[in-house]
Design a protein around this ligand. Structure first.
Ligand code: DGL
Length: 270
């Protein structure tokens, strides 16, 4: 048993999709969440900048004495090399592998779509895992850089006209390719899953990386005897104002809402 909290981070709100799922599968775990809202989005930046930001985010979580670190961010998970994550003092959990495994299990026609940030799509991280699992699958990848700002600014909810129009533009090729499974390769995207599903068609299986990774985290903690018996509290830290984070996070977390939100200065916090 290990009662220390699980550390989770993302560039902004997207990692909350993983927090919600962690709270569902691991209700006794305490969670420390860091959203780097002062520097979001990461997905248009270079690999070296993303690596630097991720190192700072992880150092902040480690300063809170977490027992494992989850990068609830497709972009960071795609960029961080194992030569770095292997040196961390606690287990590291990214979102790419679990989501790719779930897609490989879900597809029937072996045509899989992947959407993500520009950095994620450029890295081909999901393709590598998918090809490893299903060598003969066809992969159709598309960067959707405007989705993250839309989510961060609250353009959510089925039928939202702006997000729907942009989704139609982004998803047309994947729809024409007749993918039967679509990896939401950025943890922000489950926040607009209803819009994506409406545009691409309800028969396409959407893979939520946060959900798949929460299930994987349960197995990892169990196998390493790191499960906790806590009250399931959550504390949230952000690097910009808490106001919009608090309102959107509460709206999204619904029954799991609550927990203090504090703004930190990452440079002072380390
Ligand atoms: N949630 C992050 C991801 O999964 C968003 C990246 C960004 O900040 O652009 O990729």
């Amino acid at each position: 048993m290990d009662n220390r909290p699980i550390g989770v981070f993302d560039s902004g709100l997207g990692g909350l999709t993983a927090v919600r799922e962690l709270k569902r599968v691991l209700p006794q775990e305490n969670i420390i969440y860091f959203g780097d809202t002062g520097r979001v989005p990461y997905g248009g930046r270079s690999p070296s900048t993303i690596l630097q930001y991720a190192k700072e985010d992880i150092a902040f979580l480690l300063s809170k004495d977490v027992k494992c670190v989850m990068a609830a961010c497709g972009t960071v998970s795609s960029i961080l090399p194992t030569s770095f994550t292997d040196t961390l003092p606690v287990p590291f959990i990214g979102v790419v592998e679990a989501a790719a495994n779930a897609a490989a299990n879900a597809t029937c026609n072996r045509k899989i779509g992947v959407i993500g940030t520009a950095a994620t799509i450029r890295s081909k991280s999901y393709e590598q895992h998918l090809k490893h699992r299903l060598p003969d699958c066809q992969i159709f990848a598309r960067a959707c850089p405007m989705f993250v700002p839309l989510v961060e600014n609250g353009y959510l909810g089925k039928g939202n006209p702006i997000t729907t129009a942009i989704a139609k533009e982004y998803l047309i090729d994947l729809s024409n390719a007749e993918v039967d499974t679509l990896i939401l390769g950025c943890t922000h995207y489950p926040l607009i899953a209803d819009i994506i599903s409406e545009v691409i068609g309800s028969t396409v299986t959407l893979i939520d990386p946060g959900k798949e990774t929460a299930d994987a985290a349960l197995q990892i903690l169990k196998s390493q005897n790191l499960l906790a018996e806590n009250n399931g509290s959550a504390s949230y830290f952000v690097s910009d104002s808490v106001n919009s984070f608090r309102s959107i996070s509460n709206r999204f977390l619904e029954e799991y809402a609550g927990g203090e939100v504090a703004q930190i200065d990452l440079t002072q916090a380390l």
